[in-house]
Design a protein around this ligand. Structure first.
Ligand code: NAD
Ligand code: UDP
Length: 319
């Protein structure tokens, strides 16, 4: 039996109280859907969803995805998982469980309901990549036993489960490999580089560069990424991914620090701290597949996105 009422769907967003999940919920509510957010508030917060609390089409369930969930929905976006290295390494066993048991539970739910399911995978599946830029065909270069492995291998195993449920049970899956994304609603103590640098600059504290700062990342603004998520979820059933969603503009971490200093007018000095173990040297998505299969590409350049993010943190920190 279809649970659809016209184009209005019931959509589950796991990890919906987090940075990306809360923006996704806004878009889904704007589109007229009913949204159920399941989150255990490990890294997310009620602040991120306070503005939709009380919305007639929004519902929150405090739930840990490592346990089964029995509800009725038409679509599932599975985002639950700490994403910042600081937080995912805090309790590495819980991180792997969240990715693997979380995927099993959400795939089981999708199978029972015949629901389409989206997985927030990551560029970390490529590890410290020897292919540059990274294409989806690349199998990656991942340390299975290092401090980042709980996240990288957890996400890789989740991809395996998604594709096995697809092959074995005919599930409609949508696997996005997300590259470093930033924007408003990142937690000030998130620990990832864009929020760290902006918060440090606004507070006049030293900017912490790990290693020599010559490692690169490609930064995508949250609004661009969200368009990609929805385009993928709405794409024809044979578009399963994995598909890179990110901005191919590539910057060194030192360049990012310099931009943040210039844009905030901060007097902060740059300090160099040790490079964390297995920190990837370079990262840049090849988005040919997203362009061809989804007609998607990012449109917000780094400076524009940084400007909006700096404004957000200025207000948040009341500076
Ligand atoms: P985030 O930490 O802000 O959000 C993650 C959310 O998941 C939080 O609300 C947290 O409380 C929740 N969560 C964690 N463990 C849970 C559990 N066991 N049960 C229920 N909820 C749980 O991170 P984000 O940047 O919004 O990332 C969202 C998703 O996108 C994650 O799966 C992440 O791996 C993926 N991703 C993000 C990026 C990025 O650059 N932002 C890059 C690659 C992949
Ligand atoms: N980084 C840094 N200073 C910080 C935080 C991060 O130099 O205060 C570096 C980090 O070592 C990595 C890059 O910035 O090379 C991106 O780190 P982040 O934690 O944002 O995400 P990652 O891409 O490593 O998962």
């Amino acid at each position: 039996m279809s649970r659809n009422y016209g184009s209005r769907k019931r959509v589950l967003v796991t990890g919906g109280a987090g940075f990306l999940g809360s923006h996704l919920i806004d878009r889904l509510l704007e589109q007229g859907h009913d949204v159920i957010c399941a989150d255990n508030y490990f890294t997310g917060s009620r602040d991120n969803i306070a503005h939709v609390w009380g919305h007639e089409r929004f519902e929150f369930i405090r739930h840990d995805v490592t346990f089964p969930l029995y509800i009725e929905v038409d679509e599932i976006y599975n985002l639950a998982c700490p994403a910042s290295p600081v937080h995912y390494q805090h309790d590495p066993v819980a991180t792997t469980k969240t990715s693997v048991h979380g995927a099993i539970n959400m795939l089981g739910l999708a199978k029972r309901l015949g629901a389409r399911i989206f997985q927030a995978s990551t560029s970390e599946v490529y590890g410290d990549p020897s292919m540059h830029p990274q294409r989806e065909e690349y199998w990656g270069n991942v340390n299975p036993i290092g401090p980042r492995s709980c996240y990288d291998e957890g996400k890789r195993c989740a991809e395996t489960l998604f594709f096995d449920y697809h092959r074995q049970h005919g599930l409609e899956i949508k696997v996005a490999r997300i590259f470093n994304t930033y924007g408003p609603r990142m937690h000030p103590s998130d620990g990832r580089v864009v929020s760290n640098f902006i918060v440090q600059a606004l507070k006049g504290e030293p900017i912490t560069i790990y290693g020599d700062g010559e490692q690169t990342r490609s930064f995508c603004y949250v609004d661009d990424l969200l368009r990609g998520f929805i385009a993928l979820m709405e794409s024809p059933a044979d578009v399963t991914g994995p598909i890179n969603i990110g901005n191919p503009g590539e910057f060194t971490i030192r360049e990012l620090a310099e931009k943040v200093i210039a844009m905030t007018g901060a007097k902060s000095e740059l300090v160099q701290l040790p490079l964390p173990a297995d920190d990837p040297r370079q990262r840049k998505p090849d988005i040919t597949k997203a362009r061809e299969q989804l007609g998607w590409e990012p449109s917000i350049a780094l400076e524009e996105g940084l400007g909006k993010t700096i404004d957000y943190f200025r207000t948040k920190l009341e500076l």
